[in-house]
Design a protein around this ligand. Structure first.
Ligand code: SF4
Length: 464
C-alpha cells in the first residue's frame, strides 16, 4: 500500500469521528445549500444554461490547440507577455526571473488554486520575498499556517470563533470580534500592504480566446487591488481555462456564481486585456500570463477521463459529496479535493500514488447531478478505478479478497457453506480494517437467508 493511501486512510478514520469538524462543515455547507437552492429559482431553465456551458467547454477541449493559440496571439497583440510552463519547476523559474528583474520584496496574491499547485508561497518565500494572501479565506489559512481546505471556500473548516481566536493570537484583536469587525481589520491592513507591493498575482477563472483576455471573478475586490496597485501583474493559470468568446461570459459567469455561492453574479467581475495604456491613470505597467500544463495534457490523453478538463472549479461537487463532508479537505492531501480532485489528481500527480482517491466514493452520483458543466464525475471515478486495477496499482490482498468474494457471492451453495458463527468470527478479525475501528460490523444471522426460507416453507407445508 502506498504511503499516500496509508496517510489517507488514517486521516479519514480520524476526521470522520471528529464531531466538531463535522458540525462546522455541516453548518457551512448547510448555508451554501440554502443560498444555492434560492439562486436556482432565478433560472427559468437552469438545465438549458448547463447544457450551453457544458457544450462550450467540450468544444474548447475538442479544439484545444486552436483556442490556446488564438488566446496567445490575441493576448500578445494586447501587450501581454505569455509564458508557457510544462510543470511547477518551469513556472517557478519564470516567476523567479520576473521577481529578480523587478527587485520584488512584497507580492500580493489573490485567490488562485493553480498557485497552490506550484507551492507558490513556499517557493517565493524561499527567494526571500514576502507573500501576502489577499482573499479573506486565504488570508485566514495563511495566518493559521495552513493550506486551503476547499477550492472555493479555503477556510470552510473554521467557525467564526476559530477565526476570532486566531486573529486574537496573531494580531491581538478582541476575542469577541464580529465577522464584520474581523473583515474590516483585514481590509485595513491589506490596503497599506497593497500600496507597498511590487508584484500582484492572480489566477484566471477564464481565458477568453477571441479577445485575449483574462477573466477574474471575486467577491471582495481584493483581486482588483492585487492587479491594479502593483506595477507588475502576473496571472498564473491552467491551460484548460479557455472560453471561446467574450459573448459567452454572461452565461458562464452567472452559472459559475450560481453553483459556487448561489449568487446571481459575484460582486466583482473583471476582464484584463493588458497593462495600463498611455492614456490611462491606473493599472500595472506590465502584465504576464503563465500558462501551466502540470499534468493537464496527461489527462487530455485519457480517452474517457479527459472530459474532466471542462471543470470550471465551482466547488459544488465537493459540497454535495458524502465522503468530502465526512473526511474533509485536508485528508485528500491534494490541491484539488472532493470528487473533481479524486478524478484529476491521479493524472496530475501520478496514478500510482493517488489512485486510492478514486476508491473513496460511494458512487451515489450526487456530484455528477450538481455539476454545472455535466461532468459524469462518479463514472470517471469508476474508470480511474478500472485503470488502477488493470495497471496492477491496487492492493494485491484486496484484489484477491474481492475476487474470492465475487466467486462466493455468485453461488448460494458457497455462501451457505460457512455458518453465521464462522462469518461473525471472520468479520470480527477483518472488521476493524475494512469497516473502521469505531463502527460495529453488522451481525450475520446464524442461518443464511435461503436456509431460513427453506425452514419457513417446511413449516408452511407442515401447517397446511
Ligand atoms: S467538477 Fe463540476 S461541480 Fe465539481 S468543481 Fe468542477 S464544475 Fe464544479
Amino acid at each position: 500500500m502506498s504511503d499516500t493511501k496509508k496517510a489517507f486512510l488514517k486521516a479519514a478514520q480520524e476526521k470522520s469521528w471528529d464531531l466538531t469538524h463535522r458540525k462546522t462543515l455541516q453548518f457551512n455547507i448547510g448555508r451554501y445549500n440554502q443560498a444555492v437552492a434560492k439562486g436556482k429559482e432565478r433560472y427559468d431553465n437552469l438545465n438549458a444554461a448547463k447544457n450551453y456551458v457544458a457544450a462550450l467547454k467540450r468544444q474548447v477541449i475538442s479544439r484545444w490547440d486552436e483556442y490556446l493559440l488564438q488566446f496567445e496571439k490575441k493576448a500578445a497583440a494586447n501587450g501581454i507577455i505569455i509564458l508557457w510552463a510544462k510543470d511547477s519547476n518551469e513556472a517557478i523559474t519564470h516567476l523567479k526571473t520576473i521577481f529578480e528583474e523587478k527587485h520584488a520584496k512584497l507580492v500580493m496574491k489573490s485567490k488562485s488554486m493553480v498557485s497552490e499547485e506550484i507551492s507558490f508561497n513556499e517557493e517565493v518565500e524561499n527567494m526571500g520575498i514576502e507573500v501576502l494572501e489577499t482573499d479573506l479565506g486565504e488570508f485566514i489559512v495563511q495566518t493559521a499556517g495552513e493550506k486551503p481546505y476547499h477550492i472555493l471556500t479555503p477556510a470552510m473548516h473554521k467557525s467564526k470563533t476559530d477565526v476570532a481566536k486566531l486573529f486574537n493570537e496573531k494580531f491581538n484583536i478582541p476575542l469577541d470580534s464580529t465577522p464584520e469587525e474581523m473583515t474590516a481589520f483585514v481590509r485595513e491592513k491589506l490596503r497599506i500592504d497593497f500600496q507597498k507591493s511590487d508584484v500582484g498575482i492572480s489566477g484566471a477563472n477564464f481565458l477568453i480566446a477571441d479577445i485575449g483576455g483574462v477573466a477574474l471573478t471575486e467577491n471582495e475586490g481584493n483581486g482588483l487591488m492585487a492587479t491594479a496597485f502593483p506595477k507588475t501583474h502576473i496571472a498564473i493559470t491552467g491551460i484548460e481555462k479557455l472560453i471561446p468568446s467574450f459573448s459567452d461570459m454572461a452565461t458562464v459567469w452567472t452559472l459559475l456564481s450560481q453553483h459556487g455561492t448561489g449568487q446571481q453574479i459575484t460582486a466583482y467581475n473583471s476582464v484584463f486585456t493588458g497593462s495600463k495604456k498611455d492614456d490611462e491613470t491606473d493599472g500595472p505597467e506590465e502584465m504576464y500570463v503563465i500558462l501551466l500544463d502540470n499534468g493537464r495534457t496527461n489527462l487530455y490523453a485519457k480517452e474517457e477521463q479527459y472530459e474532466a478538463l471542462s471543470c470550471i472549479r465551482c466547488g459544488a461537487c465537493l459540497n454535495a459529496c458524502p465522503i468530502y463532508r465526512n473526511v474533509g479537505g485536508y485528508t485528500y492531501d491534494a490541491v484539488y479535493s472532493g470528487p473533481i480532485g479524486s478524478v484529476i489528481s491521479p493524472h496530475y500527480k501520478g496514478m500510482e500514488d493517488y489512485n486510492h482517491l478514486s476508491f473513496a466514493c460511494s458512487t451515489c452520483g450526487r456530484c455528477s447531478e450538481v455539476c454545472p458543466v455535466k461532468i459524469p464525475l462518479h463514472e470517471l471515478l469508476l474508470v480511474n478505478r478500472r485503470d488502477a486495477v488493470e495497471g496492477k496499482m491496487t492492493n494485491t490482498c484486496e484484489t484477491q479478497a474481492l475476487k474470492l468474494a465475487t466467486k462466493a457471492l455468485k453461488s448460494r451453495k458457497q455462501m451457505d457453506a460457512l455458518g453465521g458463527n464462522v462469518k461473525n468470527f471472520g468479520a470480527k478479525i477483518v472488521g476493524p480494517y475494512v469497516w473502521g475501528k469505531k463502527r460495529d460490523m453488522p451481525v450475520f444471522a446464524k442461518k443464511s437467508y435461503s436456509q431460513q426460507q427453506s425452514s419457513n416453507s417446511k413449516l408452511r407445508t407442515f401447517n397446511s
